[in-house]
Write a protein that binds this ligand. Structure first.
Ligand code: UD1
Length: 420
């Protein structure tokens, strides 16, 4: 099992180019199931979750070709299977995103339930209810969702009881080829959905229009046309490197993302003391001498502060000049990094869904264990400013979502080595 060895403290300085967004690529890849013609996807990040999604699509009977520039072309074969196996869906919740397209285009699907994970129970009831309103019938047996829609899906008006990224994506994917108009209310509006998935589908001929803050209207179309599309840059990766620059009191230029997309995070970093210059598609960020604390930071759905950056910000606030509080409002158990940060010297206590961070911690290198994707990157960030050697075990979690992070960090001055 691979591990990272980091020898700190390191100061980050230089330029980082962002990879394509994992969370935008996953629903876009699931959407390729809706096509008859080949689709070319550019800028896919080379991370484990994307390789798993490509394997899942391949297992359904599609051909995946890589061209000279490493873009993926997804080509439909004559016969498509409608079975998404446990072995592929268990490692990645986004596997459930094939259900909407399969039921919409092929009118039947047998999909493994993704199951829970360390950060919370993560049920799929909102996905199933929304697809049910479009005409899908299902039963759950032996860990699988057996679904069918013999007469095809029909447009409907659906209001999600709670905002869900995955359920919004699954419903949009299903409604794209459904008969008639679908209106989805109380949708997730993460840029991966409202910008990238929408642009991708509309470019192929879908009729998707966003109305107001959280509603979308989808006029079903008969077919989508083969296209070539480049996925947006990863905003969570961008936020992660911003935090790494600030905690190390360094200075980096991060290329590839429009700063407006992460304006909430950038405002927070400014409040903490960072100096930030925004360009059209890049950010120049410089850490302050003294990091200021934040009274109360709550995770929220977009355009609020993202739960995916909660762990990296916690590492940062451990180094602030006083007490901060982080409240996790999206997932019930997303504090698995706390125990590991404490091993480096952090002073954090948990009361229900709040983490109280004492601040002014001097980190000293230690051996650490990754527990999930974003928790692992928080440990990397903390180890960068810890004195001495840190070993981070089980980095396969991190490999699910960060492309060549050790190469990117080494290039800007971090003493980091992958031990195999
Ligand atoms: C997506 C992101 C993940 C991010 C999360 C929240 C991808 C691949 N993953 O995950 O990185 O942390 O959004 O921004 O894009 N819920 C239910 N029933 C459902 C669906 C969700 O109760 O059917 C609950 C979840 O347990 C959670 C909350 O709703 O408490 C939000 O989850 P959701 O937005 O669906 O997250 P994901 O799509 O799984």
């Amino acid at each position: 099992m691979d591990r990272f060895l980091i020898n700190g403290p390191c100061k980050i300085k230089g330029v980082i180019n962002l990879s394509g967004s994992k969370n935008a690529s996953l629903p876009i890849l699931a959407a390729t199931i809706l096509f008859e013609e080949p689709v070319e996807i550019k800028n896919l990040p080379n991370v484990k979750d994307i390789r798993t999604m490509l394997d899942l699509i391949k297992s359904l009977g599609f051909i995946i070709k890589k061209n000279k520039t490493n873009n993926s072309i997804i080509i439909k074969k004559k016969i498509i299977k409608t079975f998404a196996s446990y072995s592929l869906v268990k490692t990645m919740r986004a596997g459930i995103l094939v259900l909407g397209p399969l039921i919409s285009k092929y009118r039947k699907a047998t999909t493994s339930l993704p199951g829970g994970c360390l950060i919370g129970a993560r049920p799929v009831n909102f996905h199933l209810d929304a697809l049910g309103k479009l005409g899908m019938k299902h039963r759950i047996k032996k860990g699988y969702i057996f679904a069918n829609a013999e007469k095809g899906l029909k447009g409907s008006i659906i209001k999600f009881p709670k905002i869900s990224v995955g359920a919004t994506e699954n419903a949009i994917l299903a409604a794209t080829l459904a008969e008639g108009k679908t209106i989805l209310k109380n949708c997730a509006i993460e840029p991966e959905i409202r910008i990238d998935l929408t642009n991708f589908l509309n470019k192929a001929g879908a009729k998707i229009k966003w109305k107001g803050k959280r509603s979308v209207e989808i006029e079903g179309v008969k077919k989508l046309n083969g296209i070539s599309y480049s996925v947006m840059a990863d905003r969570i990766e961008c936020g992660t490197f911003c935090v790494a620059a600030v905690i190390s009191k360094g200075e980096v230029k991060i290329n590839g993302l429009n700063p407006k997309i992460i304006s909430t995070e950038l405002k927070l970093l400014k409040k903490i003391g960072a100096k930030i210059k925004n360009f059209e598609n890049s950010i120049l960020i410089k850490g302050p001498k003294k990091i200021k604390s934040i009274k109360l930071l709550k995770t929220k759905e977009y355009d609020g502060f993202p739960t995916d950056l909660q762990a990296p910000f916690m590492a940062l606030l451990c180094k602030a000049n006083g007490k901060s509080v982080i409240q996790e409002r999206i997932f019930e158990n997303r504090f698995t990094h706390v125990g590991e940060l404490k091993r480096l010297g952090a002073k954090i206590s948990i009361i229900k869904n709040k983490a109280i961070i004492k601040g002014n911690s001097n980190f000293e290198g230690a051996e650490l264990m990754s527990s999930d994707l974003r928790a692992s990157v928080a440990l990397v960030i903390a180890a960068i400013v810890a004195k001495g050697n840190s070993i981070i075990n089980r980095i396969y979690h991190l490999d699910r979502g960060y492309e060549k992070i050790e190469n990117k960090l080494r290039k800007v001055g971090v003493n980091i080595k992958r031990l195999s």
